[in-house]
Design a binder for this molecule. Sequence first.
Ligand code: LMR
Length: 326
Amino acid sequence: MKLLASTLTALSIAFASAVNAAPIELKFSHVVAENTPKGQMALKFKELVDQRLPGKVEVKVYPNSQLYGDGKELEALLLGDVELISPSLSKFKKYTKKLQVFDLPFLFQDMAAVERFQASSAGQELLSSLESKGLVGLGYLHNGMKQLSANEPLYTPADAKGKKFRIMSSDVLAAQFEAVDAVPLKKPFSEVFTLLQTRAIDGQENTWSNIYSKKFFEVQASITESNHGVLDYLIVTSAEFWHELPDDIRSELKAALDEAVAHGNQIAAQKAEKDKANIMASNRSEIISLSPEQRQQWVEAMKPVWQQFESEIGKNIIDAAVAANQ
Ligand code: LMR
């Protein structure tokens, strides 16, 4: 099946590169709304490729889990059903344990630290941690720091006890909620709104732009501004697709992607502020600021998770991430 898909990919690229051939089709599938950093990055990438590779490459963007939800997109990529995806760094555990570093609670003090770590040699090495699995990491993209929302105010870890929280498919995130005696449930992003609305779950963690664009704030009583973790992305393609591309097209696509990422990162920084303000203005959900003492309680409860995952992630990687805070 995989062999057939790869042969077909190679054939279609070879065919498309021939004179007068149809353009190479590049499907970019993602799960978020268009008015998010990732949604805007994908559209910018399409715009740049349309300008620079007209008739050679045609980018089609599928937002909102239209084509594949987050449970299926990596498999679809490996099968050659889609060419570009950008899952959150929390969704790669089947392929590498090292990226789990990004899920450790209270590791990065802000997005500038995340940026420094990603640009460091340790961060850049992680981009290639998927190569043996047939995946090529083309770069990181920011969303932002995560906040905790729930159907009742969360001030201290005791308030989370027994509550059910939706998490992405990450064992570190499961351990993070277990550390405060809450119940983590791994669910696809496309199901979160309904799960919250029907009270099948009590809360979730996400960035301001995801909470706003998917209207989670309309079905949650409160959002605690915890900034306890980061939600960033890895842009990935399959080795088969990427290495079969003609050199000039591959380098043009990479340049367009780098520019689109810079654009997405700018939007991420703006949206974190703007969508928080939009939620505040809606008066639908109370935004809770933690006192330093309250925040410290969350830190103390959740930080033991680092130790639990140190051997899987690698101490050197965790140390490099910590060093990026200075
Ligand atoms: C989530 O599942 O909550 C996020 O990873 C969605 C996304 O891609 O931002």
